[in-house]
Design a protein around this ligand. Structure first.
Ligand SMILES: NC(=O)C1=CN([C@@H]2O[C@H](COP(=O)(O)OP(=O)(O)OC[C@H]3O[C@@H](n4cnc5c(N)ncnc54)[C@H](OP(=O)(O)O)[C@@H]3O)[C@@H](O)[C@H]2O)C=CC1
Ligand SMILES: CC(=O)C(=O)O
Ligand SMILES: [Mg+2]
Length: 422
């Protein structure tokens, strides 16, 4: 077994299975405490919530509780391995929500026979939560599922693989282009993958200035182009009349490669054919479309990012979802709208340009981190993420009328420890 495999299995198995547990937030030492926590005292908040459902936010953990829900149909880049196999990833998202934004998570793996069954299940349990983070649900079903749940639930519903990924990709991309001396408006972009993450990433890039005609999407059958008769409506939005048919055709002279597909799909030859200062976001997890080692050996001018924690430039939705939900929950937003997503992307992008505190450098082995080719996007351990992204999201929610609470008195948060100081 590889060292990483052994260590990862050991980490998950010991000293107790899994990565999360439920903790108590109130005293439970005496009979009096129990008479408040449970019968008879618990009847009082029950009566209050029955009278006014909004009081669930006052008397229960609802307002700080997010459901991370999957059907296991697109677990990272590992594919459709079923709901139970997705549980380590969903627990992992729970770890990240808690560690970076103080948000409690129940992970829920749904064994559903159809998108409608999944929608019905999630809708029925949605009242338990302050928000719903959908995860690792494959395209195109994920689009229909998210749309239905947004319509049917009055709490934020957010498919992380779509929007979390898009926000972080857009932030990193605009910075990488700036370093390469290029612009989003002119960049020729190849997106390998045409699923949940890819469609949403390309849509956000277009809304932030990329030209639809400059984007070539490639799926498992080749270039998404207008002569194809097998395209779903989401892919069809990106279909051009073009002679290009293969990934190699699309890559020739391209400025940007975004990989949201699977492992080892970008070859050295493909990378060689790209324009000067090529930007490669090989974001498939756990194994990228091209390894950074091969990319750097192939091109000295490549600006390289992956979805992984163990290389520079981690373009991963961990930089988005904890802080976006934090901001949304704290103003009790009814949804996470486009303005909130763009605000998050801009906050993230701008943070990368600020001097990096020593403690962040220390968490990454003491290396000097400075805006440039090896640091296009902040590191997950940077405490300023919660300060800036949650603040930007909360403000955008208020400005666009989806917040139901005013700007929080304890904002901007200085760290995750400030979450309950409000
Ligand atoms: N770094 C990050 O933050 C994130 C990374 N990802 C990564 O993105 C990838 C896709 O995830 P997601 O969008 O949720 O999954 P989906 O199942 O929704 O989409 C997968 C897409 O990959 C395409 N694909 C698969 N194999 C190939 C191939 N050989 N050549 C070209 N395209 C291929 C599929 O093509 P077809 O449509 O023809 O089936 C499909 O369009 C995963 O590797 C995942 O780890 C996802 C979210 C966040
Ligand atoms: C990071 C993530 O959400 C994924 O790879 O699916
Ligand atoms: Mg995911």
């Amino acid at each position: 077994m590889s060292d990483l495999k052994t260590a990862a299995l050991e980490y998950h198995a010991h000293p107790r299975p899994g990565k999360l547990s439920v903790e108590l937030t109130k005293a439970t030492a005496t009979a009096r405490d129990l008479s408040l926590a449970y019968s008879p005292g618990v009847a009082e908040p029950v009566r209050e919530i029955a009278r006014d459902p909004e009081l669930a936010y006052k008397y229960t953990g609802k307002g700080n509780l997010v459901a991370v829900i999957s059907d296991g149909t697109a677990i990272l880049g590992l594919g459709n391995l079923g709901p139970l196999a997705s549980k380590p990833v969903m627990e992992g998202k729970g770890v990240l929500f808690k560690r970076f934004a103080g948000i409690d998570v129940f992970d829920i793996e749904v064994d559903s026979e159809s998108p409608q069954a999944f929608i019905d299940t999630v809708k029925r349990i949605s009242i338990t939560f302050g928000g719903i983070n959908l995860e690792d649900i494959k395209a195109p079903e994920c689009f229909e599922i998210e749309k239905a749940l947004i319509e049917q639930c009055d709490i934020p519903v957010f498919h992380d693989d779509q929007h979390g990924t898009a926000i972080v990709t857009a932030a990193g991309m605009i910075n990488a282009l700036e370093i390469a001396g290029k612009t989003l408006a002119d960049a020729k972009i190849v997106c390998l993958g045409a699923g949940a993450a890819a469609i949403s990433c390309m849509k956000l890039l277009v809304s932030m200035g990329a030209k639809l005609e400059n984007i070539f999407m490639v799926d498992s059958k080749g270039v998404v182009q207008s002569e194809r008769t097998d395209l779903n409506q989401y892919k069809a939005m990106f279909a051009h009349a073009t002679e290009k048919r293969t990934l190699a055709d699309a890559l020739d002279g391209a400025d940007v490669f975004v990989g949201l597909s699977g492992p080892n799909l970008l070859s050295a030859e493909g990378l060689k054919s790209m324009a000067a200062n090529p930007i490669v976001f090989a974001c498939s997890n756990p194994d990228p479309e091209i390894s950074p080692e091969l990319a750097h050996a192939t091109r000295s001018d490549v600006i390289m990012a992956t979805g992984r924690s163990d290389y520079p430039n981690q373009v991963n939705n961990v930089l988005g979802f904890p802080f976006i939900f934090r901001g949304a929950l704290d103003v009790r937003a009814k949804r996470i709208n486009e303005e909130m997503k763009v605000a998050a992307a801009n906050a993230l992008r701008e943070l990368a340009k600020l001097p990096v505190p020593q403690e962040v450098c220390d968490a990454y082995g003491g290396i000097k981190l400075e805006f440039g080719r090896e640091y296009i996007i902040p590191k997950p351990m940077d405490k300023r993420l919660i300060t800036l992204i949650s603040d930007a999201v909360a403000k955008a929610a208020i400005e666009t009328g989806v917040a139901t609470l005013p700007y929080p008195k304890h904002y901007p948060l200085q760290s995750v420890d400030d979450v309950f100081n409000g």
